[in-house]
Design a protein around this ligand. Structure first.
Ligand SMILES: O=C(O)C1=C[C@@H](OP(=O)(O)O)[C@@H](O)[C@H](O)C1
Ligand SMILES: C=C(OP(=O)(O)O)C(=O)O
Length: 464
């Protein structure tokens, strides 16, 4: 079981369509039916792109990044380090050069750092900034300003950090300089790579040992990249420790294609008869492959070709063909390994024979939107029976029939993953699927509509 969020951490309230009547954002209109065919490479991994900038900025030497995700979230991280005096060239077609300023080389930005929609930027930076000699303010957009931050501020305070939140434990965050941070041994109540990474980054500046124990495995890109930058870490199953005061040595980083973005195409090609897709260079870190494990358990036909190691991460091409899917109870141990892919997996569940049950996933309620409530709302609007549970969802699949979904209009609630998931639903719909509020897709997947259209999805992005 994934432990629940603490009671002190409110779930993000969902904005209803009624509260956003005159959407001025681009929308997707997706024609029903079609197939997905060909070869494509989805953009770079968002988690790794953030970390490449962060570690490159505090390393000694020049970090050459290729495959960097030029999406709004990773660009917010890049802009924050530029504001702190780090010289960064690019991005230019995924290439970025970060002139490392060293661990002590960041400078007072003199203005608030805007993290936009990006939880990863805000939570990881709160740790890194706790060790600086200047004060910073971190702000977020409306969605990020609703998300729980005590999960990082409480353990950071236990390390001696001075951080202020609103009385609700949300952004803006004000991080003040302190004379000394000290390492702690922290057992995370929530399985969160963002919390783990935040504490490790603070730990670089702390005296003594910082150890983080996780209740279930979470993505380990920070640990892999720190090791690749030559920073000594001690890893045992479920636990990572480091000592402050070391140095990072710049290395080139090739960012793999993001499995979280590939997930929409894995689902789309699995549910659309006649499809065959080769997704190139996808990152297959074992802590990220829950979506493949779950789809395969449902009967999906996903082949792994050319498995290789690039940088510190395993990468492969994924070949996906349609297959009859069956509903399953999603194994608890897969939940953190597929945490961002559930909106796409719910579309697969609707196309499966029988029920799919997800529990232990209350974390989905505090992402960019309440992804349980928002997906249930959209699935219902498209004729699917979905029951909301406190920590998950039950979806009644409609099996092999060609028209699983009715056409209709759904709202993304400003959540990129919701918008792209419902775009794939059109492949098995009886009428057009219209998706409102799609600007946010640019946070993780710029160019989604064009790439999906190139593969055969009948998607049109209508300007605001
Ligand atoms: O560390 C990261 O890069 C991320 C960790 C996950 O969040 P949590 O750590 O809050 O689960 C994930 O949902 C997010 O998209 C990216
Ligand atoms: C939850 C996500 O990102 P973040 O927490 O960085 O906003 C996501 O990309 O699905």
């Amino acid at each position: 079981m994934t432990p629940s969020s603490r009671a002190t951490e409110p779930a993000a309230p969902v904005s209803t369509p009624a509260s956003n009547p005159a959407s001025r954002q681009p929308r997707f209109v997706v024609a029903p039916g079609g197939t997905l065919r060909g070869q494509l490479r989805v953009p770079g991994d968002k988690s790794i792109s953030h970390r490449a900038i962060m570690l490159g900025a505090i390393a000694d030497g020049v970090t050459e990044i290729s495959g960097f995700l030029e999406g709004a979230d990773a660009l917010a991280t890049l802009a924050a380090f530029r504001a702190m005096g780090v010289v960064i060239d690019g991005p230019d077609r995924g290439r970025v050069r970060v002139m490392g300023a060293g661990l002590e080389g960041l400078r007072d930005p003199g203005l608030a750092l805007a993290m936009g929609n990006s939880g990863t930027s805000m939570r990881l930076l709160s740790g890194l900034l706790s060790g600086q000699r200047f004060a910073t303010t971190l702000t977020g957009d409306a969605s990020l300003s609703r998300r729980p931050m005590r999960r990082v501020t409480e353990p950071l305070r236990a390390m001696g950090a001075e951080i202020e939140t609103t009385s609700a434990g949300t952004a803006p965050l004000v991080v003040r300089p302190v004379a000394n941070l000290h390492g702690i041994h922290y057992r995370m109540p929530v399985a969160s790579a963002q919390v783990k990474s935040s504490l490790l980054l603070a730990g670089l500046y702390a005296t003594g040992e910082t150890c983080v124990t996780e209740p279930a495995p979470t993505r380990d890109h920070t640990e892999r990249m720190l090791t690749a930058f030559g920073y000594p870490l001690e890893r045992t199953p479920g636990r990572v420790c480091l000592h402050g005061g070391g140095r990072l040595r710049a290395i080139p980083i090739a960012v793999p294609a993001d499995i979280s973005s590939a997930a929409f195409f894995l689902v789309g090609a699995s549910i659309a008869p006649g499809s065959e897709l080769l997704l190139q260079g996808v990152g297959l870190n074992p802590t990220r492959i829950g979506v493949i494990n779950i789809l395969r358990a449902m009967g999906a036909d996903i082949g792994v070709e050319g498995l290789r190691e690039e940088g510190a991460e395993p990468v492969a091409d994924l070949r996906v063909r349609p297959a009859p899917l069956r509903g399953i109870e999603i194994p608890a141990d897969q939940v953190p390994l597929a945490i961002d892919e559930f909106p796409a997996l719910f579309i697969a569940a609707a196309c499966a024979e029988g029920e799919t049950l997800l529990t232990g996933a209350e974390e989905l309620r505090v992402k960019e939107s309440d992804r349980i409530a928002v997906m249930a709302e959209g699935l219902t609007a498209l004729g699917i029976r979905a029951e909301v549970l406190p920590d998950g969802i039950r979806i009644v699949g409609r099996g092999q029939r060609p028209d699983v979904f009715t056409g209709g209009r759904v709202h993304s609630h400003d959540d990129h993953r919701i918008a792209m998931s419902f775009a794939m639903a059109a492949l098995r719909a009886s009428g057009p699927v219209e998706i409102e509020d799609c600007a946010n897709v640019d946070t993780s997947f710029p160019g989604f509509a064009a790439l999906a259209a190139g593969a055969g999805l009948g998607i049109v992005e209508e300007a605001a």
